[in-house]
Write a protein that binds this ligand. Structure first.
Ligand code: NAP
Length: 320
């Protein structure tokens, strides 16, 4: 907390006040291709901008293609040579995720970095196009399926280039505030006991568990890809749309804890690009430093159960 408020750097040399540009200064990413989900706004847009500034080829995956194309033009205004593509992706639709993966594969690009950034927060009870509670579907299940679809491409890229692949899941400190059982395997869609806050916490817990389990599996296979999760900090973005007034009030009383967007994208960019993190996998980062997540988030059995549960949901959605 002291470091968060003062911005004093942690062991990595960076801290809460560091920006995405600062933590990637001097890094040449010209041999890398990255996908950033939700890269048309907020932290994802800043992440896409800074990755492109470091010369990575960036694919913005967005449900609002118009906004993503506008974001692309804005990035190009300050960086004429930025390599940016825009592809449609709606994470609350299994069909759209499959179409995105097909579209990406049709570009015949390598894939080194996948940033699972898109998200929704505190939505009123709603089901996704596949009939799954919206926050779990968008924040976790969509990214779970997307990652699985892109994994062969990432493995092939890592093997053929010898360059470590990196997957970064945007979680949140809110992962500690979930339902009493962590993940509600038996009641994922239960409307009566739905809590918009706990459902968000559950989905963000799932982001950490997904990263940990995938990391474990890839290590077991001996694959040169790391998987980590991050909490970006508290940043006023469109994410707050379902609780704009509440968050403004909270911000007044906790203003000292808030970051701006360039600071908010720092941890993602650090974990995605920094050479210091070579080989570091299955970890949770906050303010560009490793941090211990909640007990649920460290539960390996819960992570395995979530993996099987997610596979079942995806398979059922594909058949429906
Ligand atoms: N801001 C914070 O304080 C904070 C704190 C902790 C964690 N995080 C995490 O950081 C990530 C980025 O959030 P942000 O603050 O940058 O919010 P944001 O500006 O609202 O960005 C989220 C992005 O996700 C996209 N998205 C939402 N639903 C989608 C779907 N079904 N398919 C594809 N894209 C979708 C949004 O697109 P539309 O514009 O079309 O909705 C938007 O571009 C989220 O995962 C969030 O949970 C943020």
């Amino acid at each position: 907390m002291f470091r968060l408020i003062t911005g004093i750097p942690g062991p990595s040399g960076f801290g809460s006040a560091s920006t995405a540009e600062q933590v990637t200064e001097g890094i040449d990413a010209s041999n890398l291709t990255a996908i950033v989900t939700g890269g048309a706004s907020g932290i994802g847009l800043e992440t896409a901008r800074v990755l492109a500034l470091r010369k990575a080829h960036v694919v913005i995956a967005a449900r609002n293609v118009e906004a993503a194309n506008e974001a692309k033009q804005n990035i190009r205004k300050e960086n004429e040579t930025a390599r940016i593509d825009v592809l449609k992706l709606d994470l609350c639709s299994i069909k759209s995720i499959k179409a995105f993966a097909d579209d990406f594969n049709a570009l015949h690009l390598p894939l080194n970095i996948l940033i699972n950034n898109a998200g929704v927060m505190f939505c009123p009870y709603q089901l996704s196009q596949d009939g799954i509670e919206m926050q779990f579907a968008t924040n976790h299940l969509g990214h779970f399926y997307l990652t699985n679809l892109l994994l062969d491409k990432m493995k092939h890229t890592a093997k053929s280039t010898g360059i470590e692949g990196r997957i970064v899941n945007l979680s949140s400190v809110a992962h500690v505030h979930t339902y009493s059982e962590g993940i509600r395997f038996d009641d994922i869609n239960d409307k009566d006991s739905y809590s918009d806050k706990k459902a968000y916490g559950q989905s963000k817990l799932a982001n950490v568990l997904h990263a940990n389990e995938l990391s474990r599996r890839l290590q077991e296979e001996g694959v040169n890809i790391t998987v980590n999760s991050v909490h970006p900090g508290l940043i006023m973005t469109n994410l707050m749309r379902h609780s704009a007034l509440l968050m403004r009030v909270v911000q007044v009383f906790t203003y000292i804890l808030w970051k701006n967007v360039p600071q908010g994208a720092a941890t993602t960019c650090y974990v995605a690009l920094h050479p210091k993190l070579k080989g570091v996998t299955g970890k949770y980062f906050l303010d560009c430093n490793e941090f211990v997540p909640s007990k649920f988030a460290r539960d390996e059995d819960l992570a395995k159960r979530l993996w099987d549960f997610s596979n079942k949901l995806v398979n059922a959605a594909q058949i429906a």
